[in-house]
Design a protein around this ligand. Sequence first.
Ligand code: SAH
Length: 377
Amino acid sequence: MSANAANPLNLLGMSRQRLAEQFEQWGERGFRATQLVKWIHQRGVTDFSAMTDLSKVLRQRLATEATVRPPEIALERGSDDGTVKWVLRLADGNAIETVFIPEDDRGTLCVSSQVGCALDCTFCSTAQQGFNRNLTAAEIIGQIWLANQRLPVPEGRSRAVTNVVFMGMGEPLANFDALVEAIDLMLDDNAYGLSKRRVTVSTSGLVPALDRLGGVTDVALAVSLHAPNDALRDRLVPINRKYPIRELLQACRRYTRDGRHHHRVTFEYVLLAGINDQPEHARQLIDLLRDIPCKVNLIPFNPFPGAPFVRPSMNAVRAFERLLAEAGFVTIVRRTRGDDIDAACGQLIGQVADRSNRPARMIRLHAELPLRPGARA
Ligand code: SAH
């Protein structure tokens, strides 16, 4: 890999393994990678001169040839319910969104994996943006790096972010290499040290990439099913025409096999009034998932301007939930979080369309949000 002062190597997204390889090329010892990963990800330090346990020579080399550069915060908005959304500006001018969802026992960061999305699911506002490009591993890990810098740490925890879900903009399995490298850092004890159960990849169902993922990791898996038969799923999630439900469910069985039974697949199912929320749909879903260890996550549709769907009544949602629960499925209705700042599922659209958003109830420039004591900006 070549790097120079004009085009410094961004170390933020490099796994310990890749950093070690880089250091060996420079004639440095591989264990320096561990030190560097700790400085960057545990302590949030980007200034090489502050990394006092590295040799002076190495620090100087890093200062001239490398950098640690997260995306820039273009906007930070806090919701009435505690959710925080960031619009992040990338080096090429594109913008992505990241959402933090605090709960009593955890803090979940919803990260983006692409600028836009190419999959064209009809109920998702990100699809309307079209697709621009994949994020780099640095841009993916930069989201968790920034969130941990920005957020106060709750009592009894070492960091604000305890869980990561790839449920922001984009299809993570369509950005395979960067996804895997970012996951590597999330799981690395020298970086974020998250357990595999606390990192969830959500996919619309790219079957070959799902098999590949199963070959390299066994983080938690969520699958955007949204319909109990191919005719309907072809319309809602067009990638189904390429990888129909039967093939997708076979891939889910393979992913959870081989001693990974502690991982149930989570099936996400957006409820669209009059489209996929009828009792007959619940019954088809029950037949379909009967032999797969899974949970079902029902997501009442989150509207966006121009959306061709409507959210079902709470009664319809509860009736659907009851049918699944009675059939023995662990079923959760996802609470809508952050919809006052357009941060709910399916509402993430990046900077461009953000300009036409209704004003948030509360807009804070990032300097106004309390910084974690001792954190470096
Ligand atoms: N591309 C990945 C991750 C992105 S979205 C995937 O498809 O899984 C995370 C979840 O939000 C998905 O289940 C997605 O289908 C759902 N979603 C998208 N638009 C939505 C909307 N308008 N209302 C509710 N959920 C939505």
